[in-house]
Design a protein around this ligand. Sequence first.
Ligand SMILES: Nc1ncnc2c1ncn2[C@@H]1O[C@H](COP(=O)(O)OP(=O)(O)OP(=O)(O)O)[C@@H](O)[C@H]1O
Length: 603
Amino acid sequence: MKRKSSLISHQMSSQRKNIVILAIISLALGVAITSQAALLAEAVQRIFVEKASFSSVVMLLGILLAVMAVRTLLSYGNGKVGLQMAASAKTNMRAVVLQNLTHASMPSTLRGQTGGKVSIALDAVDEADSYFSQYMPRMMEAAIIPILILAVTFIQHANTGFIMLFTAPFIPMFMILVGLKTKNKSEEKYAQLAEFSGTFLDSLQGLVTLKIFGRAHRQQQEIERSSLGYRDATMGILKIAFTNTFMLESIVMLSIGIVALELAIQLLVFKSMTFHTAFLVLLLVPEFYSLLKNTGTAFHSGRTSMGAVRKVEQMLAETSSRSAQTEGEEGEYTSDRNDRMAQPEGSRTAYTEVIPMPPSIELDNVRFRYAPDSFELVAGRISLGPGEHIAIVGKSGSGKTTLLHLIAGLLKPASGAVLVNGSLLSQYDETAWFERVSYITQHPYIFAGTFAENIAIGAGRKVSRAEIEQAAEEAGLAAVAAQLEQGFDTFVGEGGRGLSGGEKQRLALARAFLKRPAIILFDEPTVGLDLHTERVLQRSIATLAKTATMITVAHRLYTIQHADNILFMDNGVLVDSGRHDELLERLPQYAEMVDVQRKGGLA
Ligand SMILES: Nc1ncnc2c1ncn2[C@@H]1O[C@H](COP(=O)(O)OP(=O)(O)OP(=O)(O)O)[C@@H](O)[C@H]1O
């Protein structure tokens, strides 16, 4: 194989002991194969040529039987070691994938299709099996046993040795040619599988929407299209595999034929060799080619595995490089604060220990684009004091959520910097940072589990039932829980009882009460809540925000009249910022927005 995948190399180095065992078994297997051929040739020579009595060969036949048993055991051992290697390699690789996905930076976690990631973590890793269970044992056998057979053949009859030496290279040559083609096909197959899984999961999750809009049939066709794409890619590989087998069989048959012809001429025409030698060589030659042929089949499986492993590596590299890239981009940030922010290598987490909370947050000429030529966010200089309550307002699509995500570290700026307590946000340890943040979105994720379990997620530690109930009380959820069939033990989320929009947001609030964050990001509900729910939400948020810096994406302007700072966004640009009265006075767009809402009865 051209360049060993680094994931595979890593697994190989951690499996050195098994590789040594494979080599020892292969050597013993080589000795068993040649001994078996020698004993069989001797037995046939004595019984049929020398017409020896049965009693004189009984011992010989016994030894032959024992050698055959040993050979079978050694083959079984080789397979067993291969399977063990495959099992442990898959476990390790899956752990690496899971670790990578769970430790990936937040922006890279949010990208890509979930179905595709699942397919890579499960199917592509499974495909690595044959590299260890078939390719490795066969390659080890091919590296040792044919040399042993060739040596014995040369000693017995050099001509046959030369024929074998001349024809054998055709097999690996052919394997390399086929392998090159299979590798691309195999990568194509995994791209198709990832697409298929992505489309399938997407359709499954959005089935209700699709049905409502009468698009279910259309989506069915889409699934059919991507499944056919996957089928074609698989069939392409199988076509190569079958052609590969056919060609290998042809080469092997032709080579054995040539050797047999040469032996027959030497034995019958020139009478230059004994029957014993001719028979021994004739027994060894098929073993030699059969080993090389098996290697060809294993090589094909190995190539397919490599294609799958490359897909896994690609995903790992993408998640890591995205994190590194975004850090690099912010690293390019130049300002007079650079000296202050210069950090020695490996001091990333040191910030978390000294960071005073609630923090002050500054945005220094932040610019961001989702993609080239797409919506651009331009936020000049903003300073948000510790413990302040900040509101982001603007028309729909003006970039409020994007700005919130940049401040939260969910998105990384393309240029400029987000500073927390004077230091780059990207310099903080991501886990430590998110431990201090609570994001109350409009659609918090409800996991399949009990109501209590869903609240407990917020704590990030083991919490008592009393703490959960207290958090629910503070978030105004106690009454909701009391109405549920089994109270806090009611099963909610997927496959469980549904929750209303307002209940979901209060559940997110209850999680935050357990967490007691230093930074609260609040995406205010756009849908109208009833007055009671709205009041409960506002009161709970206000309690929670007493000890935190809070940033709200506000849709109802009356809720933010007392905010310390209001950031007004228009078409991706931070136009102005200030208190409610200041903006009313100097920003006509803001005054107009307030006026419209007042007339609409919202204020
Ligand atoms: N993941 C994304 N990729 C590309 N463009 C995006 C992405 N998310 C949002 N946008 C675009 O960025 C712009 C700003 O979106 P954003 O969600 O920040 O606006 P908003 O002010 O919060 O809107 P709303 O009040 O309606 O929620 C929009 O034009 C939106 O289409």
